[in-house]
Write a protein that binds this ligand. Structure first.
Ligand SMILES: *Cc1c(COP(=O)(O)O)cnc(C)c1O
Length: 386
């Protein structure tokens, strides 16, 4: 049996895999088992922020592996503390809880918002409002938060206490607040799985104002948009607002599983001793790697991200077979005349890995992809769109 057959037989059938077996890579190039090379325009799903086997990241990971690979959260370890400090210093947030995934980061954010509101206003203040077309994860609670019905089917009853409102309609939220005791509002500034759809700046500002005035924690789900992806360290920074809670994962670990929930001034003490925990959370190897990622997301890198973004937008703007292009930074959605899945298959054929999001081709290349590889990949994707 080959690897494909073994996987098909023994791994749970939750993924529709492309017929490609990746064995190695370096930077923005990956190689399959036949020796064929691909330019990586997906980075897992926005995970390998500085590419495959990035030297700086790898050195830190290996060095930590030689010291201690895991310690329970009963003890202190250096990488966990230093990463929390770096995240707080770069964002102005006050405390960090570490988990292992985006869903867990959101679970923590939801718990913190509920705890804050219930402590302050009473136990009936539990409802979390999210947006229609959002994606917040696959656990039963983050599925409840996810505003797309098709993810819910077959798994009901989901965790109660979630309501979805229309993105862009601040009056709908205000009306809801008259009849519902809202404990928190959670948004993705750019809806990733929803099709790479940025929220309108005016709406985000109005949302911040309303939640501020009503003492409702605002949660930014930065699992996909975070860690330099959109040309700012976190996407909310593009909007000139400061949320009360920020959840992130994907790109923060550079390829190892890590999630973080950043708590701002308002909610910094919402979770106290015994209120939350994670066996693996804050793992020293993951945190040592993540520290090299966060420390390198500086103004210079972000300027490069913006330049590369402008190049991609420009290249696809009037391209044949392209109907629309959306996103920010190096998080880009291309609406194609051909079905997006067909475009992605044609790209694979021609040596480029990219993703889809709903009816769009989605690009999430490494933040440091070389100009040379980026130009090559864009040419191949443009051809596949025709
Ligand atoms: C991917 C994603 C999640 C879930 O992250 P996991 O690590 O798969 O649990 C949550 N929110 C957003 C916005 C995401 O893109």
């Amino acid at each position: 049996m080959g690897i494909k057959e073994t996987d098909d037989k023994y791994v749970a059938g939750t993924y529709k895999r492309f017929p490609v077996e990746i064995i190695s890579g370096k930077g923005s190039v990956v190689k399959d088992v036949t020796g064929k090379e691909y330019i990586d325009m997906g980075c897992g799903i926005g995970v390998t922020s500085f590419g495959i086997c990035d030297d700086t990241w790898k050195d830190a990971v290996v060095a930590q592996l030689d010291k201690v690979q895991h310690m329970s959260n009963l003890y202190y370890t250096e990488p966990c503390a230093l990463l929390a400090k770096a995240l707080c210093e770069k964002t102005g947030m006050k405390k960090v809880f570490f988990g292992n995934s985006g869903a867990e980061a959101n679970e923590c954010a939801i718990k913190a918002a509920r705890k804050y509101s219930q402590d302050k206003k009473g136990s009936e203040w539990f409802t979390i409002v999210t947006l229609k077309n959002s994606f917040h994860g696959r656990t039963l609670t983050t599925l409840a938060a996810t505003g797309q019905e098709h993810y819910h089917e077959l798994f009901t009853p989901l965790t109660p206490g979630f309501v979805h409102v229309t993105a862009g309609d601040i009056d709908e939220l205000k009306k809801l607040a008259e009849s519902t005791k809202i404990a928190g509002v959670m948004i993705e500034c750019i809806q990733g799985e929803g099709g790479v759809i940025p929220l309108e700046a005016e709406y985000v500002k109005a949302l911040r104002k309303f939640t501020e005035e009503n003492d409702i924690p605002l949660i930014a789900d930065e699992v996909q948009t975070g860690n330099g992806r959109t040309g700012c360290l976190y996407a909310y920074m593009n909007y000139g607002i400061v949320p009360d809670i920020v959840s992130t994962a994907k790109g923060i670990g550079g390829g190892l599983p890590l999630g973080a929930c950043l708590l701002g001034e308002k909610c910094q003490n919402a979770l106290g001793y015994g209120d939350h925990g994670s066996t693996f959370g804050g793992n020293p190897v993951c945190c040592a790697g993540a520290l090299t990622i966060i420390n390198r997301i500086d103004e210079k890198l972000l300027e490069e991200v913006k330049k590369k973004s402008a190049y991609i937008f420009n290249a696809f703007k009037d391209a044949e077979g392209v109907e629309d292009i959306s996103g920010m930074g190096l998080m880009i959605g291309i609406k194609t005349s051909r079905p997006a899945g067909e475009v992605v298959s044609a790209c694979i054929e021609n040596g480029v890995l990219c993703l889809t999001a709903k009816d769009r081709v989605r690009l999430l290349p490494a933040l440091n992809i070389s100009w040379d590889l980026l130009e090559k990949a864009v040419d191949i994707i443009k051809n596949a769109c025709k």
